[in-house]
Design a protein around this ligand. Structure first.
Ligand SMILES: [Zn+2]
Length: 86
């Protein structure tokens, strides 16, 4: 649906640009929006991927390194991360 709408906007913009010659303000706005949408999508995907990849991690209370949330021993300092901290 959104893709079809964008396609229609693109067609309209392209048609107007070729008919009218020099770019007007509305055409420039459409071109900027069309360039911003993919950029925004890419940034959104990267942010979501980073958030998802952080899901299974927690911080070691001793060495502050990020370790697996299910780990019993820290892979960096080797201490027992299931025991309460003194
Ligand atoms: Zn550690």
């Amino acid at each position: 649906m959104t893709g079809f709408l964008l396609f229609l906007i693109c067609l309209t913009a392209a048609g107007r640009i070729f008919q009218m010659g020099p770019l007007g303000i509305p055409e420039l706005i459409i071109i900027v929006i069309l360039l911003l949408i993919p950029t925004g999508l890419v940034i959104g995907i990267v942010v979501v991927a980073k958030l998802v990849s952080r899901g299974g991690k927690r911080q070691c209370p001793y060495c502050e390194e990020r370790i697996d949330s299910a780990a019993a021993l820290c892979t960096f300092c080797g201490r027992d991360v299931t025991a309460p901290i003194d």
